[in-house]
Design a protein around this ligand. Structure first.
Ligand SMILES: Cc1cc2nc3c(=O)[nH]c(=O)nc-3n(C[C@H](O)[C@H](O)[C@H](O)COP(=O)(O)OP(=O)(O)OC[C@H]3O[C@@H](n4cnc5c(N)ncnc54)[C@H](O)[C@@H]3O)c2cc1C
Length: 448
């Protein structure tokens, strides 16, 4: 299948995404907006803005844009009204500073690349030129929230999208919370029209239009390395020779299984082995004979810690007329699921499905009586389909405790571009990683 975690499948006319439902990076200076323009793709053909509802302490909060979100929060927490305005004002400044250099290459850069691309002086001046973002770079999200707010409920509410990072507020780098959570309040999130596979298909067409080939059913068994330099990859008996290989799979698999420990230093191997994976997910896919069009596309239940994505509300072609396709998601731990072949596994899966449907039914009454299509994915399913260790949905842990591998590896010519490297998990993030990798391979030529 094309797309990895950014894919979709069809059952009896209902289309379901394998994961992705809310994509950031599509504002005016967003990395995805940039890449779409570069590739001659149109944003409006591929993406549609999500309508989102938060459920917090039993209250429904419908926030279509930043102004309405600020208004609603100010009504709920009148004593924090001033702070709410100041927080979002500061966050917007910090966010826009983070993307200031994206004007040129379509991506924010980590410190070492700022030196390489723009020179040492730029890095030296970074704190002065990016005062707001610099502050977010050096704190946790909890510290930032504590700086602005007194009310614990408000702080909890503003952590409502931390599931998009998979970390707790005290362990989340504020800069990551800004780009992967707060950004959704600032500039909204988007759904991929036609289902997530459609985005991957569009990229495949661009590759093929330029003479490239996309090979499915080719599992790389080995990355060939000689004298510390990459030489190609081996797929079964077939060898594809190349002096440059970009590995888009998890870095643990890349180094420990495909390159081999004997080709790398002990220190590097120990570092790769020590990397903790992010959480995984449990997901229920439902095709129902109900008209759910009065609901928003995304419902995040912060009280019960799960989300509902009604795909057919973003794009009605994703379900037969008058019906709806939806997914219910919650973060899950890989270790909670026994081996797939066992009876315990099936029981556990069934119990999870029933629990999530029951919860969702409190929001969509009668849901369980209208199911036409039902399926579910456990952490083991995610692992099986993408070979991602532990079915981790954002590759490595995204907390302050984990330092992701750099895109340039100790093997000459071998690069990483994926959720394994900077800046992390999520579609916007992996687009950034690919962009950095491509620019580095091509020598950071100034675009026309
Ligand atoms: C349930 C879920 C919900 C999510 N929701 C969102 C969301 O709403 N918004 C968002 O922005 N992000 C979301 N994400 C995260 C996002 O989907 C991922 O971070 C992103 O798609 C990862 O892309 P990637 O390029 O790193 O690789 P992957 O998607 O992991 O793809 C890697 C590919 O490599 C292939 N592969 C593995 N091993 C080999 C091998 N040996 N040889 C050849 N091919 C191999 C795999 O089959 C796969 O196709 C979600 C993820 C999940 C799982």
């Amino acid at each position: 299948m094309l797309g990895g975690y950014c894919s979709s499948f069809q059952r009896k006319g209902f289309v379901f995404n394998t994961g992705v439902g809310d994509v950031s990076g599509l504002w005016e200076k967003g990395p995805i907006t940039y890449i779409l323009e570069e590739l001659g793709l149109k944003k409006d053909d591929l993406f549609v803005r999500n309508r989102i509802r938060y459920i917090f302490k039993g209250k429904e909060i419908d926030a279509d844009d930043l102004d309405s979100f600020i208004r609603l929060l100010s009504e709920m927490f009148p004593e924090e009204k001033e702070n709410i305005h100041v927080f979002f004002d500061e966050a917007k400044k910090a966010y826009e500073e983070c993307y200031r250099e994206a004007d040129m290459y379509g991506t924010p850069l980590p410190g070492e690349l700022i030196v390489k691309v723009f020179g040492e002086k730029k890095l030296f001046n970074y704190p002065r030129e990016h005062p707001h973002f610099y502050d977010w770079m050096n704190k946790t999200y909890k510290e930032k929230l504590d700086e602005y707010f007194n009310n614990d409920d408000l702080k909890t509410l503003l952590c409502g999208l931390l599931g998009y990072i998979g970390t707790s507020p005290e362990k989340t780098p504020a800069s990551r919370a800004l780009t992967a959570c707060v950004s959704y309040y600032l500039y909204g999130g988007y759904f991929i029209k036609g289902g997530a596979l459609n985005f991957a298909e569009s990229l495949r067409k661009v590759i093929e239009k330029h003479g490239g080939k996309v090979l499915l059913k080719h599992k790389v068994d080995e990355i060939l390395v000689e004298n510390g330099e990459v030489r190609g990859v081996r797929v079964g008996e077939k060898v594809f020779k190349s002096r440059i290989i970009v590995a888009n799979i998890n870095a643990k698999t890349t180094f420990l299984e495909l390159v081999g420990e004997d080709k790398l230093s002990r220190e590097f191997i120990e570092y790769i082995k020590s990397l903790k994976m992010s959480p995984s997910c449990f997901m229920v896919f439902l095709g129902v004979d109900m008209d759910l069009s009065t609901y928003p596309t995304i419902i995040q239940n912060l009280d019960e810690k799960y989300g509902i994505i009604i795909n057919s509300n973003a794009d009605p072609t994703l379900a037969p007329e008058g019906k709806a396709s939806l997914t219910i998601l919650t973060l899950a731990n890989y270790r909670d699921f026994p081996n797939k072949e066992t009876k315990e596994y099936l029981e556990k899966k069934k119990a999870f499905v029933n629990k999530l449907i029951k919860k969702a039914e409190r929001i969509i009454p009668g849901l369980s009586k209208h199911i036409i299509v039902i399926d579910a994915a456990t952490p083991k399913t995610f692992e099986e389909y993408t070979f991602m260790p532990e079915g981790a949905i954002y590759a490595f842990d995204q907390s302050i405790d984990t330092k992701r591998p750099v895109f340039k590896t100790p093997i000459k010519g071998l690069y990483l571009a994926s959720a394994s490297t900077f800046p992390g998990g999520g579609i916007e993030a992996v687009v950034i990683s690919g962009n950095i990798c491509a620019n580095d391979i091509c020598g950071w030529k100034i675009p026309k």
